[in-house]
Design a protein. Structure first.
Length: 259
């Protein structure tokens, strides 16, 4: 009887081991999709109360990973380093509220457009009048302040707008890792901060000191950027993004992370 029981237990343990190894092997064989982002750009990417990177872009790439059978790995790095990392890895994507630009298109493959935005300025409450402000007025305001500086996020279209606008003026630009950090210096190191619409609104939403205004400029298109060799992956991602847009799923993610 004891021998029979031992034999049964041995068979059960062997079966469990086979199942465990099979499960582990299946998990290990899953390809990795390395997602590079910068978690200071709410609602698209930000840190939750537990320090985890969350946001619209994170929900989107997780959905894409699930559909295509990838294990999604989120990498929170400096914004201006994202395309450098994408260039090294065929299974990489830059998802960070990235505006489509010719210089970015030259080094990486862009997905279809999945969102649009426009530049905003953040400054102390009551700084500007009206709903739309010219960048020249932001520069003039900065010139009147003791710091004479405008903050922006390094490597962004906002930074390009600021550096172009201050040329020949008495104002300067200070580049930050993200707009959240930059906005904390308003009134000390900088007079105002230029950043995309939704991050600006997110920063000002619960503040009684800061206000944001739309800047008089062009609309921008958000895309995800992939390695130049990842043509097949981009084609598959585009199909999924098109369906997500059509089904209103990205809009749902945006509402979820903006509330």
């Amino acid at each position: 009887m004891k021998k029979t029981l031992s034999l049964v237990l041995a068979v059960i343990l062997a079966a469990c081991s086979v199942l465990c190894f099979a499960a582990c092997g299946e998990k290990d064989d899953k390809p990795v999709l390395n997602v590079y982002t910068n978690a200071g750009f709410a609602p698209y990417e930000y840190l939750d109360s537990e320090g985890k990177v969350v946001g619209v872009d994170i929900d989107v790439v997780n959905y894409i990973g699930e559909k295509l059978g990838y294990k999604v790995v989120i990498n929170d790095i400096e914004f201006n380093q994202i395309l450098n990392e994408v260039a090294k890895d065929k299974n990489a994507v830059g998802a960070a509220g990235m505006s489509k630009k010719d210089e970015r298109d030259a080094v990486a493959l862009a997905s279809v457009v999945y969102a649009t935005s426009i530049q905003y300025v953040i400054a102390p409450v009551g700084t500007f009048t009206g709903d739309v402000v010219k960048i020249a007025d932001v520069v003039a305001y900065a010139e009147q302040q003791s710091n004479k500086a405008i903050g922006c996020q390094k490597g962004t279209t906002g930074a390009d707008m600021v550096t172009g606008a201050i040329e020949g003026s008495g104002a300067t630009a200070i580049e930050y890792s993200n707009a959240i950090v930059a906005s904390q210096d308003i009134g000390t190191a900088v007079s105002a901060v230029v950043i995309d619409k939704m991050p600006a609104e997110s920063i000002c939403k619960d503040s009684n000191k800061l206000q944001c205004w739309c800047l008089d400029g062009d609309m921008e298109s958000y895309v995800m950027y992939f390695n130049k060799e990842a043509t097949e992956l981009v084609a598959k991602v585009n199909e999924i993004l098109d369906k997500m847009i059509k089904d209103g799923l990205i809009d749902q993610y945006t509402v979820k992370h903006s509330s």
